[in-house]
Design a binder for this molecule. Structure first.
Ligand code: ZN
Ligand code: ZN
Length: 355
C-alpha cells in the first residue's frame, strides 16, 4: 500500500493536484486495503485519510494501514470540508466516472476554495500493473473457475435449463473459495448463444446446440474471466468451421500477446482471421480487456486500443462469432503478460468439446 500511495502522490504532483478523493469500490480497495462498502479516501502530498461512518470504525482501523481513520458524524460533507481545509487542499482530483452529479454539486457548493478536477486515468494507470500478490489472487480465481468448468461438463445434459447450469456453476465456485462471481454468469444455449452477454434464462438446453459459458470468480477482491463454448451433441460441418475459426483467431492473437504490442494490433490479428473466414460482421466487440479488481479495466484490446501492452498486465483474449437466430461461439482466456511473452491463467481445454 505504501508503494501505491507513493506512486499516486507522484502522479498527483505531476498533474498539479494537491489531493485525490477516491470512493469507488475498486480504487478505494486498491489504495487503502478497505474491503467494506462505504468509505472516502483523501490522499494529500503527506497525509492519507480514510473517512467512514461508525459501522466501519474497527474494520477501517484494521485494514487501512498508514491512514488516519476519521469517523464522520451526521454530515459527511462537513467532515470532508474540515479535513480538506485542514490539509490546505486547493485542487482536488475526483473520480469523474463514478461521482454522481448530485454529489459533485453538493461538494462543489460546500467547498469554497477547492477546485474539483478530474483524476482522469490516474487510478487506471496505477492498477494496470499487477504485483505478485495481485497476480496470485487472479490466478487463484482462475483456478477455481477451471475446476468449476471441469465439474460442469459432467452436469450438462440435454433437457436441463440454463439457470440450473448457472446455479450449479456458481454453487461450485463459492463452495471452492470464490467470494462472489465476477459478473452475472453467462449460460447461453442454442440461438441465445448469439447474444454476447446473454446471461442465463429458463431456456432448456437441447441436443444440437452450442452452449456458451462465460463466468469468473472473485478471490481476495480479484476477478477471473473465462469463456468456453461447448457443443451439446454432435456438431455439423458449419458449426465446426465456426468453432475452429474462433479458436484459430484466439490462438493466433494469444501468440502475439507480449510486451511492446498495441492493444489494437492484437485485436487485428484475431479480427483478420474471422473476417477472412467470412464472419467479420459477426464479431462486433473488442478482442479483450484488462482484469483485476474490476472485471473490465484497462488496457483495452480493441480497434481503439492505443495502449502498448507491458509485463504484469492481465488481459483477456476473447474473439467470438455471433449469428442471429443461429447461435454463436466465444473462447476466452485470461492472460498474464510477462517479460518473455505471456502466461495463460485459465487452463481449461479449448478444443471443441461435444457432450
Ligand atoms: Zn468473460
Ligand atoms: Zn471478458
Amino acid at each position: 500500500m505504501e508503494k501505491r500511495l507513493a506512486v499516486l502522490r507522484e502522479k498527483l504532483a505531476a498533474n498539479n493536484l494537491s489531493a485525490a478523493f477516491i470512493y469507488s469500490k475498486e480504487n478505494r480497495r486498491y489504495i487503502s486495503g478497505f474491503t467494506g462498502s462505504t468509505g472516502y479516501v483523501i490522499v494529500t502530498a503527506d497525509k492519507a485519510y480514510f473517512v467512514t461512518d461508525f459501522r466501519y470504525r474497527d474494520q477501517a482501523q484494521q485494514q487501512c494501514v498508514g491512514f488516519e481513520v476519521i469517523i464522520h458524524g451526521s454530515s459527511l460533507i462537513c467532515q470532508l470540508k474540515e479535513t480538506l481545509s485542514n490539509s490546505n487542499v486547493k485542487t482536488l482530483g475526483i473520480e469523474e466516472g463514478t461521482m454522481t452529479v448530485a454529489f459533485y454539486e453538493n461538494l462543489k457548493s460546500s467547498l469554497d476554495n477547492v477546485e474539483l478536477l478530474p483524476l482522469k486515468g490516474i487510478m487506471d494507470e496505477l492498477r494496470l500493473y499487477k504485483d505478485a500478490e495481485e497476480i496470485e489472487n487472479i490466478a487463484k480465481a482462475a483456478a477455481i473457475a477451471d475446476d468449476a468448468f471441469t465439474h460442469i461438463l459432467s452436469f450438462i445434459k440435454p433437457g436441463i435449463r440454463e439457470v440450473e447450469v448457472a446455479v450449479e456453476l456458481e454453487y461450485f465456485c463459492k463452495k471452492h473459495g470464490a467470494a462472489e462471481m465476477s459478473f452475472d454468469s453467462i449460460v447461453a444455449s442454442g440461438v441465445r448463444s448469439s447474444l454476447p452477454h446473454g446471461v442465463f434464462s429458463q431456456k432448456v438446453i437441447n441436443n444440437g446446440e452450442f452452449l456458451t459459458l462465460d463466468f469468473g470468480c472473485v478471490y481476495n477482491g480479484y476477478c477471473s474471466d473465462m469463456t468456453r463454448t461447448v457443443f451439446v451433441g454432435k456438431a455439423d460441418e458449419k458449426q465446426k468451421k465456426i468453432y475452429n475459426t474462433v479458436l484459430e483467431a484466439q490462438q493466433k492473437a494469444l501468440e502475439q500477446i507480449k510486451p511492446g504490442i498495441l492493444g489494437k494490433e492484437v485485436d487485428k490479428i484475431a479480427r483478420d482471421i474471422i473476417t477472412a473466414a467470412g464472419y467479420g460482421e459477426n464479431f462486433g466487440h473488442g478482442l479483450g480487456h484488462g482484469v483485476g479488481l474490476a472485471v473490465h479495466e484497462e488496457p483495452r484490446l480493441s480497434p481503439l486500443g492505443e495502449r502498448v501492452l507491458e509485463a504484469n498486465m492481465v488481459v483477456t483474449d476473447e474473439p467470438g462469432i455471433y449469428i442471429a437466430e443461429y447461435g454463436g461461439v466465444r473462447i476466452e482466456d485470461l492472460v498474464l503478460i510477462t517479460e518473455e511473452g505471456n502466461r495463460v491463467l485459465s487452463k481449461s481445454p479449448k478444443h471443441l468439446i461435444e457432450l
